[in-house]
Design a protein around this ligand. Structure first.
Ligand SMILES: Cc1cc2nc3c(=O)[nH]c(=O)nc-3n(C[C@H](O)[C@H](O)[C@H](O)COP(=O)(O)OP(=O)(O)OC[C@H]3O[C@@H](n4cnc5c(N)ncnc54)[C@H](O)[C@@H]3O)c2cc1C
Length: 492
């Protein structure tokens, strides 16, 4: 396989491929494997030469796990992007280099089915599914990882030999724990996933059109926007409370609202508006959206703009809420600090939100709240490695900046905001009655730092709760030399 070094015309392009421009790596060279054997060869070469090797699929890592100056060889999975139906395993085979958008497209056009995965079409399937992966359809169909049937992994054994292995969720598969670790353990931990096989748990037949959920024919989107200037502390609090209360009432696995997924954007005042966006599927979509907004937006008594439209599924999936991913979005440097909630924010927390979001600091960002639960909560915490199965909201304090000079102010703002938001539990959302930890697909290295995590609860518990010891056992078995590691990787 060809080494792509700095004198190759492809090098600069490959070096630029990363969502979060906050981090920059300096690999000696890239590999673009086209087969599992290519990946085995590249990993063996790295082990023999004692060079640090890391894999990248879609490049959407929010931390610097891939764009890390200590990485010497970077495997880019882009050319392994095939999607087909494997009749032998009665499952869809998706190579790790496929994007989420391409997976939506091929599954829909080929078989009319859908994988309930993440929101941005450019995310790589490779680094996404193994972190759990939630999105617009998660309340109706669960996490992407809940539909994972098998993986193919390139790993390195105790003798330093690179090899490939297939692990399935079949009860009698001796490698079942390796499959399990890829249902929420996160990327860059055990080896390089080359292929995923997808099949829903309840699907046993050989008909591909029933192997995954049927895709919606159409999806109804809604957008609501308020002028920030019309909000005082009381109205702001009411909005945040209404959203939390709605999520608390309507996030059971069989909730009549499980087809509805909603986002509340509590933006910083600098951005000028507060917004809701969401989607709903099914014949009752308009009614459910009306009822949702009647519980959250209408009681404020403020005028707001409201747009509701029905879009064919694939058109939406390949370009969801284009205004969220505006030009310039791909030049951003960002910090996201994620938290799961089991209960709505308290009044004190909402007061903290108001303080940080209405102050005069010249920052861009806010606090996003996404509805969670529904069918995600139909799965037991230990059944997959995605332990958070009792949460109603996933929230994130976030900031973005273009000019490197704004980095310090932006980071200080978002870090202090998050720390104060969870002040009663040491600055982080420890698993307790109200909060439920964090999601590894939105990694945050601050959780390892005693300045920002004063809870006494290790970051591993925040991400994995009781599943961490089992993940460590998988790590010991499948990556005993810790070839695959980063700042938040599973320890030996
Ligand atoms: C704009 C944006 C929107 C997002 N939306 C969502 C969302 O809706 N839902 C959600 O759950 N998450 C979301 N995420 C988070 C996203 O799922 C994770 O960042 C995911 O890890 C990205 O995968 P990737 O392959 O694109 O990233 P990469 O940067 O390529 O990799 C991320 C990590 O996974 C590892 N990895 C990559 N490929 C493999 C592989 N083949 N085998 C083993 N390890 C691998 C990498 O080494 C790295 O540690 C979003 C992120 C962004 C930037």
């Amino acid at each position: 396989m060809e080494k792509i070094t700095s004198d190759d015309i492809r090098f600069a392009d490959l070096a630029e491929k990363r969502f979060n421009k906050r981090f920059t790596g300096k690999p000696e060279y890239f590999y673009l494997p086209e087969s599992t054997q290519d990946v085995v060869a590249a990993v063996q070469e790295a082990v023999n030469a004692q060079k640090r090797i890391v894999v990248r699929s879609g490049g959407h890592c929010l931390e610097g796990f891939v764009s890390d100056p200590s990485v010497q060889i970077l495997i880019d999975m882009s050319l392994m992007n095939g999607i087909s139906y494997d009749a032998e395993r009665s499952a869809f085979e998706v190579q790790a280099g496929a994007t989420v958008g391409e997976t939506y497209r091929r599954l829909f056009l080929g078989w009319g089915v859908v994988l309930p995965a993440g929101e941005h079409p450019n995310i790589g399937i490779g680094g996404h599914v193994l972190g759990g992966a939630f999105g617009f359809l998660c309340r109706e169909y669960g996490l992407a990882a809940d539909h994972l049937y098998a993986i193919e992994l390139v790993a390195v054994n105790a003798s330093g030999k690179a090899h490939s292995i297939i692990a399935t969720r079949e009860e009698n598969d001796p490698n079942r724990d390796l499959w399990w670790a890829h249902t929420g353990g996160g990327g860059g931990n055990f080896g390089i996933v080359t292929r995923y096989w997808l099949r829903s748990l309840r699907s046993n037949g050989s008909d591909p059109t029933t192997a995954l959920p049927q895709a919606p024919k159409s999806i109804t989107t809604f957008r609501v926007s308020w002028d920030w200037n019309n909000f005082d502390k009381t109205l702001f609090s009411q909005l945040a409370q209404n959203f939390g209360t709605w999520a608390q009432k309507n996030s059971d696995p069989e909730s009549p609202y499980k087809k509805l997924f909603s986002l509340l954007f509590l933006n910083h005042r600098n951005i000028g508006k507060l917004e809701m966006k969401g989607v709903c599927t099914g014949a009752k979509a308009l009614q459910l959206i009306d009822e949702h907004l009647a519980s959250i937006a209408d009681p404020l008594g403020l005028s707001y703009t409201r747009e509701v439209e029905e879009t064919a599924w694939l058109q939406f999936a390949l370009n969801p809420f284009p205004e969220l991913f505006q030009p310039g979005f791909d030049k951003v440097r960002t910090k996201i600090k994620d938290a799961f909630l089991r209960r709505p924010f308290t009044d004190d927390q909402i007061a903290t939100m108001y303080k940080y979001l209405s102050n005069n600091e010249p920052v861009g960002g806010g606090l996003g709240m996404a509805t969670y639960g529904g069918q995600v909560n139909a799965v037991m915490p230990g059944a997959t490695a995605s332990a958070q199965r009792d949460c109603i909201l996933d929230v994130a304090c976030n900031t973005g900046w273009g000019d490197p000079e704004d980095e310090t102010a932006s980071l200080n703002w978002v870090r202090n905001f998050y720390k104060d938001l969870f002040a009663t539990s040491g600055g982080v959302p420890v698993p307790n009655e109200q909060t439920g930890g964090c999601v590894i697909n939105h990694p945050d290295t601050d959780l390892t730092d005693p300045q920002w995590n004063q809870s006494g609860i290790p970051w591993q518990t925040l991400y994995y709760r009781d599943n961490y010891p089992r993940l460590q056992q998988v790590k010991q078995k499948w990556d005993p030399k810790n070839v695959f590691h980063h700042a938040l990787s599973i320890g030996l």
